[in-house]
Every structure is written in C-alpha cells, then in structure tokens.
Design a protein around this ligand. Structure first.
Ligand code: 1CP
Length: 362
C-alpha cells in the first residue's frame, strides 16, 4: 500500500497518525512520544551496553531497528521514529561526534572560525549517511505496515548551535555571537545546512520515511526578530525544497520555546507544528486555523505524577485541543531517563480511551 492508499483506508493504528497530520477524521487521537526509544527503557539500556556506544547503535542498522521497535512492543504507539540523532549531519561533515557519559554530545573539531565554515560542503546522504538510509529501509521492512515511520533532522539553527562548539548548559551563546559579529558567514553556514537537510530528508523519504520532522530545539533561544532571520527563514527553505520532491511527505516543524512564531511557522506551508508544554493547544489552534495539524504537548514532568493525576493531565491536554481532527498527541519535549516505563502505558492508553470521545464529538 502506498501512503495515499494508506490515508484513504479506514482509520486504525496503521494510519491514524498520517490521517491526523492531514486533518482527516480518526477513530481516536494518535500518539507517539519524543525519545520513545531511549534510556527510560531497560531493554534500550541493555542494547546500548551491548553496542558499546551510542554512535554504534546509530551506525548499525540492525541495532537501530531493534531499539526503534522496542517501545512499539510495549505500547500501542501510533508511529515509529527512526532511531538516530540530529548530530549525524555534523559528524558526516567531519566534526567528529562523540558522547561523553553523563555530559551529552561533543565534537572533536567544532567550527572555530569563518575559514572552518567556508571549508564545509554538501554531502551525499546515500554515501556519508548511508547507515541512516539503511536503518530507514530495515525499519520499514520490520514494521511491515504496523504504524508509519517518522524520519527527522535537526534544523539549520539548532545544528549550528552544536557545530559552533556550543553546549545546552551554556545557552549556545557562541552561535548568537557569530550571528551578531559575522552575519554573512552565519547565513552561509545556515544556507548550506538548509541544502544538506533537504538532501538528507529527501533521501530518508526515498528510503521509506512516511513523515518528516524537523527539530529546532534551540530556535527559542533567539530574540524575536533573529528567530525569523536565522531560524524560520531556513525552515521555510527546507519546506519549499521538500515539497518540490516526487511524492512529498508531511512535514512537522518543532521550534521549542517559539510560541510567538506559530502563525509564521504555519505560513511556511508545513503540515504540522509541534508545541512545547508551555503553549496552549486551544490558542494555537485559534491562531493557525485549518492550515496545519498540531502535535503536543503534555509536560514531560507530568510522567512523574501518580497515574490518576497523569490520566487527568492527558484528558486536559485532549480537551485543550478540543473536538475535531488534526491533533497528534505527544509530550511537549522528550521523555526523560528517570521515568518509570509503566507511566508511558498510562499515557498511551488514556490518550486512546479519551481520544475516542473527543473524536466522536467532531
Ligand atoms: O546515552 C544515550 O543512550 C544517548 C541518549 C540519546 C538518545 C536516546 C541521544 C543523545 N540521542 C538519542 C536519540 C534521539 N535523538 C532520537 C531518537 C528517536 C526517538 O525520539 O526515540 C531523536 C529524534 C533525537 C533528536 C535530538 N538529539 C534532538 C532534538 C530533539 C530534542 O530532544 O530536542 C537533540 C537536541 C539531540 C541532541 C542530543 N543527542 C543526545 C542528547 C542527550 C542530546 C541533547 C543534548 C543537549 O541537551 O544539548
């Protein structure tokens, strides 16, 4: 079945995520969770220990497929997300990615000068990032139509934040410093990254990804006008580039902390916006109208509440969106390693149970 036939089939687990992105009626609200394959799952920690490193997990398609499938065996999730990382692009550009235990990602050779930026060039995703494409193909075979597969990339701004030697605990001031001091060099870097992201996501689509998500995790660190100039402008270029390919896939943009820009983000022509937990689905819906679907936005910390309180917060999130199609349930950011896996089941099952009613009211 191709994705058009899948969309047209009656709503069920195999297609309700794609139908919600297309704002078509669904039997219940679809749910997937950012970082659903990750450290809160003991089976993930075991596979990671066996692999020896996070990068080996990403670079071995059999292992990436295994960890992608793990959360789907436990929970009735409505989508799978490729197991990889946004930092595979800078790694393929020669920056040398590694993960320091307990500290997060580091590059051996971060960008230190304008000359470093001007040495970068485009990559062929089927060559330098072939392991990602092989993982996409293998996961699609393994899923065998169970649920759709999401491919993803970081946004140019968010990739630049990491490539310039920044760290989340320092607020990525290096990237903003370059934007103020060398705006032309920054724009050259972002324009190159936008082309690379288009090539990378087009290759994931060709390999079998059925929806594409762009994580602009650090867009919200920018002042208002600079967000438009340094982040949104390149998101719009990516949406244009990906809509021009054969058989385009729906695109979800997620800029964390960028509530002030939702309407402008919808203007890019993307199919959905991801909201963090500080936003109101109701206000966002009023703002974007029927232009895009919305994904989100339960507070990740809600998974620390007792099951009854958690079910209540799920119901409130569904009620905030209200009746009618176009809602993909998710957290407002990734699930954290401290969460009890039983809590995920509470979320997924209550979304489906309460979501049936919200969608009947439509
Ligand atoms: O030690 C480990 O096992 C590594 C933990 C881990 C995992 C499970 C990292 C390192 N990346 C991932 C997987 C990952 N990263 C996925 C897989 C699919 C899924 O969601 O299940 C995805 C989509 C990402 C995307 C990603 N990586 C983002 C964007 C989304 C977000 O959470 O904001 C970002 C910012 C990264 C960078 C990154 N990679 C890993 C960590 C710990 C971080 C964040 C570092 C920081 O806070 O700056």
């Amino acid at each position: 079945m191709n994705d058009q036939q899948l969309l047209a089939a009656p709503s069920g687990r195999h297609n309700r995520y794609l139908r919600a992105l297309a704002r078509m009626p669904v039997d219940t609200t679809p749910v997937w969770i950012m970082r659903q394959a990750g450290r809160y799952l003991p089976e993930y920690r075991a596979t990671r220990a066996q692999a020896g490193s996070f990068m080996t997990l990403c670079q071995t398609p059999e292992l990436a497929t295994e960890v992608t499938m793990q959360p789907l065996r436990r929970y009735e999730l409505d989508a799978a997300i490729l197991f990889s990382d946004i930092l595979t692009i800078p790694d393929a550009l020669g920056l040398g990615l590694h993960f320091v235990e307990g500290e997060g990602p580091r590059f051996e050779s971060p960008l230190r000068s304008v000359a470093d930026i001007d040495r970068l060039g485009r990559i062929d995703p089927e060559q330098q990032l072939r392991y990602v494409m092989d993982a996409v193909r293998m996961i699609r075979r393994e899923l065998n139509g169970l649920v759709p597969l999401i491919g993803f990339s970081g946004s140019p701004w968010t990739l630049a934040c990491y490539m310039l030697g920044g760290r989340s605990d320092s607020g990525f001031t290096e990237a903003r410093q370059l934007a103020w001091n060398e705006p032309e060099a920054m724009h050259r870097l972002l324009a190159l990254l936008a082309q690379i992201v288009v090539d990378y996501l087009a290759a994931q689509r060709a390999a079998g990804a059925q929806s594409l998500m762009i994580f602009d995790t650090w867009g919200g660190t920018l002042p208002y006008a600079d967000y438009r100039e340094y982040s949104l402008r390149y998101l719009a270029q990516i949406v244009d580039g990906l809509q021009a390919i054969d058989d385009p896939a729906p695109i979800t943009l997620f800029s964390k902390g960028a509530q002030a820009h939702l309407s402008a983000m919808a203007d890019t022509g993307c199919q959905a916006l991801g909201l963090d937990w500080t936003a109101s689905l109701k206000s966002a819906r009023a703002l974007v109208g029927d232009r895009v679907a919305l994904q989100g936005n339960l507070d990740p910390a809600a998974l620390r509440a007792n099951p009854e309180a958690l079910r209540n917060m799920v119901a409130l999130t569904l009620a905030d969106y209200g009746p009618g199609p176009g809602h993909v349930f998710n957290l407002g950011h990734g699930i954290t390693p401290d969460i009890d896996p039983a809590q995920m089941k509470v979320v997924v099952d209550s979304v489906h149970r309460f979501g049936q009613q919200t969608n009947l009211l439509a």
